[in-house]
Design a binder for this molecule. Structure first.
Ligand SMILES: Cc1cc2nc3c(=O)[nH]c(=O)nc-3n(C[C@H](O)[C@H](O)[C@H](O)COP(=O)(O)OP(=O)(O)OC[C@H]3O[C@@H](n4cnc5c(N)ncnc54)[C@H](O)[C@@H]3O)c2cc1C
Ligand code: SF4
Length: 492
């Protein structure tokens, strides 16, 4: 275990951020990772408690006390081996995971938790810089082939595991670049895209074939889902050509706000706005660019996606940024004895909020208001009312109606489901929420009702987190390997 008295001697160290005034002038990452000495001290705080709740709180079950101890002892080489044994892409989670492990840390009961995420970040960055992350091609080929539809973290994790098990893996991606929401949703200032590119090179060397710009099946008519496809492949063709198919297409349909004025120019889904910025930074040509420069921006939706819209709008040079959340403001501090080791509901202030944003809670949008005369097709404001919980519902509070000025409105209210057309084309049943129906059990996990078709990630579980997508991709790969070979040595 770390240092026996480490948790008594050392305080939690937070990773530092570049000052707001500097970082809003660029789109690069601004978190300054822990130095080797700082990470060592952080590792020393781990108590290696008999039951590692952190390990259970982490969806990929990272062996946290083990790598904490290795970092404390300076054995970074072994630390990355341990970290990679449960997580294909710690450079993603070490940057953007909300760290449910830290909520579950035993130290978090009456002190600050171990900075697990910052240690993970330090281990993987050191491993890359030292050249320790190398391709691991399979020792023998199985002769079996697998098609993976979707190149987000679920598809990538599955593809890497399957290739290392010796299968011939082809990843089909409708967009022009690999990465799913890592590439087109999450802004560069949270995750620079070179991290994805490096992994793609590693996976290519392990034998994974990537086919970009290829849509499998069809998207619903009129959907505003990101789609750069120049080619379409029919599901029947994949079924005929591959021994197994994994559907990892995410849950891409954005939740809409069908109130009067929704059709006005200047009202956009977050996932129209954010991908454009990432494309511009990648050097791609973007037509009809949505700019927040000089505008009064209102972001509807108080979650991560909304926060990313806030950060991006401020970098565009917005005149003002306001974020609406339908639910009432949660408490600033959770009641730890009541909620530990679970993920607490409390007020979360992201780095994007710190960069400038007015936050409004318990507020519902009733209508978008058009401008006058020549601007009558454009949004100029919106009408709201305060709401409050009553009888398990949110009800409007009379007399709280208000009008707001807005030149750009971004809808960031989450995602409803995957594209039904794709699942239907494979004949895959959907659950009550419209996701691909498949369990997660060790015996029948990730199998859909259609023989040899599996599903994982947001497409199976609904909108979630990168770390859950990695877990599902890894577990789906195990299920596929077992189905193809009759047995598997891939980890559960
Ligand atoms: C703006 C935003 C910010 C987020 N921030 C965070 C964060 O900070 N931390 C975190 O943990 N999570 C975050 N998330 C959630 C996280 O990104 C997702 O849960 C995760 O990416 C899901 O992974 P996935 O592989 O299942 O699907 P996705 O990442 O959605 O990838 C699916 C891929 O499949 C492709 N595809 C779909 N259908 C087809 C088809 N028919 N043919 C070919 N290709 C297809 C899509 O183009 C896409 O590339 C964020 C999400 C958004 C939208
Ligand atoms: S992946 Fe997320 S939950 Fe797991 S150890 Fe890393 S930060 Fe914690």
């Amino acid at each position: 275990m770390g240092k026996v008295t480490g948790f008594l001697e050392f305080d939690r160290l937070e990773q530092e951020y570049e000052p707001v005034a500097r970082r809003v002038r660029h789109y690069k990452e601004f978190v300054i990772g822990l130095s080797a000495d700082q990470a060592k001290i952080q590792g020393a705080r781990c108590m290696d408690c008999g039951t590692p709740f952190c390990n259970h709180g982490c969806p990929v079950h990272n062996l946290i006390p083990d790598f904490n101890d290795l970092v404390w002892r300076g054995d970074w080489r072994q630390a990355i081996e341990v970290l990679h044994s449960t997580n294909n892409f710690p450079e993603f989670t070490g940057r953007i995971c909300p760290a449910p492990c830290e909520a579950a840390c035993t130290l978090n009961i009456n002190d600050d938790p171990v900075g697990i995420k910052s240690i993970e970040h330090a281990i993987i960055d050191r491993a890359w810089s030292q050249g320790w992350v190398k391709p691991q091609p399979a020792a023998a080929r199985t002769g079996k082939s697998v098609a993976v539809v979707g190149s987000g973290p679920a598809g990538l994790a599955a593809a890497q595991q399957l290739a290392r098990a010796g299968h011939a893996v082809t990843v089909f991606e409708k967009n022009s670049r690999i990465g799913g929401l890592l590439r087109y949703g999450i802004p560069d200032f949270k995750l620079e895209k070179s991290h994805i590119d490096r992994r793609i090179e590693q996976m290519r060397a392990e034998g994974v074939v990537f086919r970009t710009g290829v849509l499998v099946g069809a998207l619903p008519a009129g959907s505003k889902v990101t789609n750069d496809a120049v080619e379409t492949v029919a599901p029947a063709q994949l079924m005929a050509e591959f021994d197994a198919v994994l559907l990892a297409g995410g849950a891409e349909l954005s939740r809409d706000l069908p109130v009067p004025g929704r059709e006005l120019d200047g009202v956009h889904f977050a996932m129209e706005f954010l991908p454009q910025q990432n494309k511009v930074l990648a050097g791609d040509t973007v037509e009809g660019r949505i700019s927040a420069a000089g505008k009064h921006v209102i972001v509807i939706g108080g979650g991560d996606t909304g926060s990313d819209c806030v950060g991006t709008s401020n970098r565009h040079g917005a005149a003002s940024v306001t974020q609406f959340e339908l639910l009432p403001m949660p408490p600033e501090q959770e009641d730890k004895p009541l909620v530990w080791p679970y993920w607490p509901i409390r007020l979360r202030t992201s780095s994007s909020h710190e960069e400038g944003c007015a936050r409004e809670f318990a507020i519902a949008t009733q209508a978008f208001v058009a401008g006058s005369r020549k601007d009558k097709g454009r949004v100029a404001g919106l009408k709201t009312v305060q709401v409050q919980p009553q009888g398990g519902r949110l009800v409007e509070v009379p007399g709280t109606e208000k009008e707001w000025k807005a030149d750009l409105v971004l809808l960031a209210m989450g995602f409803t489901a995957p594209a039904a057309t794709v699942l239907e084309a494979f004949g895959v049943e959907r659950d009550g929420r419209g996701n691909a129906r498949a369990g997660t059990g060790l015996r029948d996990g990730y199998r859909t009702n259609v023989p040899k078709v599996f599903a994982a990630g947001d497409m199976r579980r609904g909108q979630s987190l990168v770390v859950w997508a990695i877990r599902e991709g890894r577990q789906a790969a195990r299920a596929i390997d077992e189905a193809l070979m009759g047995a598997t040595t891939l980890p559960a």
